[in-house]
Design a protein around this ligand. Sequence first.
Ligand code: SF4
Length: 297
Amino acid sequence: MKRILIAKSAGFCFGVKRAISIADETAGKAQEPAAGEEGPIQSLGPIIHNPQAVERLEKKGVRVVGGVDEISCGKAIIRSHGVTRSDRSALERKGITIIDATCPFVAKAQDHARTLSREGYAVMVVGDPKHPEVKSIISYIDPGVPVITSIPEMKKAKGVRKAGIVAQTTQSFDNLMAFVTEAMKRFPEVRVFNTICNATTLRQEESTRLSGKADAMFILGGYNSANTRRLAEICRAINPRTHHIEAAAEMTPEMVRGAAIVGVTAGASTPQWIIDGFVERLKGIWDGERIEVSFYQ
Ligand code: SF4
């Protein structure tokens, strides 16, 4: 018998589900515009890091723009990563209607960063400084307050007595702890907000266990999705037969040759229909076999 084990946490997290439903609802209202509802709908960057889902939204009238400069009227959807304070102000100045789909967990990290900076802490943001979420968190730190995003920077910091730490929501607990440990050695006062989102940890833990059980492991999600790529890395370290694919059509019979158990998980920005499509395609490849499909937790 062949088995397909699907990680229970695979696919959309709470914040992405919410952002997509806000975008869908906004696009839906645009189909029947009431007074004041007219105008183009633009999302500041792709709403989620999944090209197939973005294409679906585009068909419903949600146009992806690269920056505030490209928006002159209508509505702007802020995606789950959030947006910088200056971009938000620029939209307000232009009179654009802001549809805010910032994930509440990201908003919390922004709030903590602002509060720490106002209470005299140098602010350390554990994460990738080029990532839009980290840029948005940093933008909430009051001007003039030292901002540190790496341990080498921390080692060079002079005159800091109070250090406050927040993390990009998708960071690993180990990374956060490495920062905390180093900060404790250097500064008399350290205040930490654990802003890591459980959705990421849960998905990573579950996928790690599943990849140890599976003969072949599949990670579904956009190649541009950091959390999907990270899942693939973690699973590959356990199971060398790990494949990161964006869509079911990329799976070849060779990838599952000889496998009795196939594990599948998906990034937080992967829609359910991509997971369903994968299962259907695998059933097709295994045509004639007895197949059991179940969730893995
Ligand atoms: S991973 Fe967590 S913080 Fe990020 S959008 Fe999803 S629920 Fe929000």
